[in-house]
Design a protein around this ligand. Sequence first.
Ligand code: FES
Length: 252
Amino acid sequence: MSEKINLKLKVWRQNRGEAGRFEDYEANGIDTDASFLEMLDVVNEEITLGGGEPIAFEHDCREGICGCCGSLVNGKTHGSHERTTLCQLHMRHFKDGETVVIEPFRATAFPVIKDLIVDRSGLDQIIAEGGYVSVKTGNAPEASTTPIKKEMAEASMDAAQCIGCGACVAACPNGAAMLFTAAKVSQYALLPQGHPERTQRVLGMVNKMDELGFGNCSNEYECAVACPKGIDVKNIARLNREFVKASLTSEK
Ligand code: FES
């Protein structure tokens, strides 16, 4: 049964290019069945009615599938509930009277746009380097003409679950986008359909990742813990293998 709780919030407020600061708010009468973003909606309504500027935060689907939402809640990406996006985090996981600290994802490659919104377009630029496959137009081919082992298909689908929220980057002490890039490279490398661009994809994505200021992996595994979709770090090992192979075989 749902209950009502009251919370004290410390929210990071910042305009692009300016210094940020924490501001205190109260979230009163919050339904424990509400999501974290719905709680922020309630707080924003209060702020707006009082003539203030609402807290800027990003969201879209509110179903855990688009990857738009994400903030540090008490220092954890998407909050401390396992495999949950911020939009799917429910207020029943908070205690009445608790103080909740809310900050934007922190990473060199994710500059703050406003309040809790960061610029994650670097991830889009990595995708643009090879997040596609060559396909011929026309009728769909007969499925059994390209046999794919079940375990390969499943591993590819597991990697394809990445929603690009950037929690892995924010959780990594190096601000690395290795888990994200590894998931994108793996989902294609594991299937024959991804092989025509296999070499240029991994080289392009890794080079773009470095160029944009994302850090490198030092095996902290924080990314895998933070990932709301449970992307496995084994994908990073596959990314490294793909990169070495592509570096040795590509024509310079
Ligand atoms: S709003 Fe789409 S994943 Fe949270």
